[in-house]
Design a protein around this ligand. Structure first.
Ligand SMILES: *Cc1c(COP(=O)(O)O)cnc(C)c1O
Length: 390
């Protein structure tokens, strides 16, 4: 059976160039990068090179502004909790959008339990944060604004530079979760005035379990982990050299190939949406019509459940996702679709197709065929009708 992987926003395969970079770090250059002997220095040179690559990829001023983490979740937790705590004497109010990843939202929930105040900004029907809403939310006690660069469910790209500038006018620190943006949108932390930024390797053809927090020099943060002196005494724990080596290579390639990949994915996206609209009725494409990344397409299919579509596609070898990977095993409708005003009964019928850089036209055609059949089958037998749900 043909297998088509359309869940690249959940995770990607590790590219062969990345794997080749990692392999020697398992059994040849295996020293602890904190050790002073030759084995350690060899490993630490690998980590230094990866740090330079990450810094270069996002145009950080200095490589020492990159702190390696176990991934995007840790970077988000660290940024939100660590910055909020470091500036708590100045104020205990932070602002985030209502469509953030759960790593950010749940960190905010934790802060609220500790007595911090959090404002969750609304977004418009395309998923964009409005600057006027941000201005309205800012208080004397606001210390941090965190707005994701690209949303993982609908692919909308925020006006990051304008948001960062607004925060800075009030002396507020600006963090962004750029996990879905790397390789899809040009990121220049200096030009975009980003103070802190979360990244992850496994969404960009790197390994799982590696990522980084960019933290502009001068921005204070409290540690999340207590332990050793790794990462300039900001993040204890033995350095994951192979994964970091892979991350460095992956981000270098992601930036190198950004425009060619995006051009290809734009063609795929337009073709896919056109064909699906032609062949399947009662659907809506969610997210911004043009201010969005090309790899992610979110579609709501009226009158049927997303889970049922996912199962039928899976039987034909096509892998998709219902909402974000983290919520796909709960029946709560997506907080993102809710925030852009999709009614719950429509949101329940939503599927995220996230295309990878290796996608072929015949895989797209195959997907459209099995999707058309799945939807027809489900609508034929669905107890949910236009008149109302069962
Ligand atoms: C995947 C993802 C994360 C979490 O990253 P991990 O490396 O899997 O922990 C955070 N934010 C966004 C937007 C993501 O898509």
């Amino acid at each position: 059976m043909r297998k088509v992987y359309l869940d690249n926003a959940s995770t990607t395969y590790v590219s062969s160039e990345v794997l080749a970079e990692m392999l020697p770090c398992f059994n040849t250059i295996y020293g602890n990068s904190s050790s002073l002997h030759g084995f350690g220095r060899e490993a630490s040179a690998i980590v230094d090179r990866a740090r330079d690559r990450v810094a270069h990829a996002i145009n950080a001023q200095k490589s020492n502004e990159i702190y390696f983490t176990s991934g995007g979740t840790e970077a988000d937790n660290w940024a939100i909790k660590g910055i909020a705590h470091a500036y708590a004497n100045k104020g205990k109010h932070i602002i985030v959008s209502s469509i953030e990843h759960h790593a950010v939202l749940d960190s905010c929930k934790q802060l609220e339990k500790e007595g911090f105040e959090v404002t969750y900004l609304p977004v418009d029907k395309h998923g964009l944060v409005n600057i006027a809403d941000l201005l309205h939310a800012i208080k004397k006690t606001t210390t941090l604004v965190s707005i994701m660069t690209v949303n993982n469910e609908i692919g909308t790209i925020q006006n990051i530079k304008a948001i960062a500038k607004t925060a800075h006018e009030y002396g507020i620190i600006f963090h962004t979760d750029a996990v879905q943006a790397i390789g899809a949108v040009k990121i220049d932390v200096q030009d975009m005035e980003i103070d802190a930024m979360s990244m992850s390797a496994h969404k960009i053809y790197g390994p799982k379990g590696a990522g980084a927090l960019y933290l502009k020099n001068g921005v204070r943060i409290e540690n999340l982990f207590s332990g050793g002196n790794q990462e300039r005494a900001k993040r204890g724990g033995t350095t994951n050299v192979p994964a970091i080596a892979g991350f460095g290579k992956a981000i270098e390639i992601a930036v190198r190939d950004l425009s060619i990949n995006q051009q290809k994915l734009k063609t795929v996206r337009e073709y896919f949406i056109t064909k699906v609209k032609e062949r399947i009725h009662y659907i809506q494409v969610n997210g911004h019509p043009h201010q969005k990344i090309n790899g992610t397409v979110n579609i709501s299919f009226d009158m049927i459940e997303g889970e049922s579509i996912l199962m039928l596609l899976d039987l034909e070898g096509v892998a998709v996702s219902t909402a974000s990977a983290c919520t796909s095993n709960s029946l709560e409708p997506s907080h993102v679709l809710r925030a852009i005003g999709v009614p719950d009964e429509i949101a329940q019928g939503s599927i995220r197709f996230s295309f990878g850089k290796n996608i072929s036209k015949s895989d797209v055609d195959y997907t459209i065929d099995v999707l058309e059949k799945a939807v027809a089958k489900l609508r034929g037998i669905s107890p949910i009708t236009k008149a109302g749900r069962k």
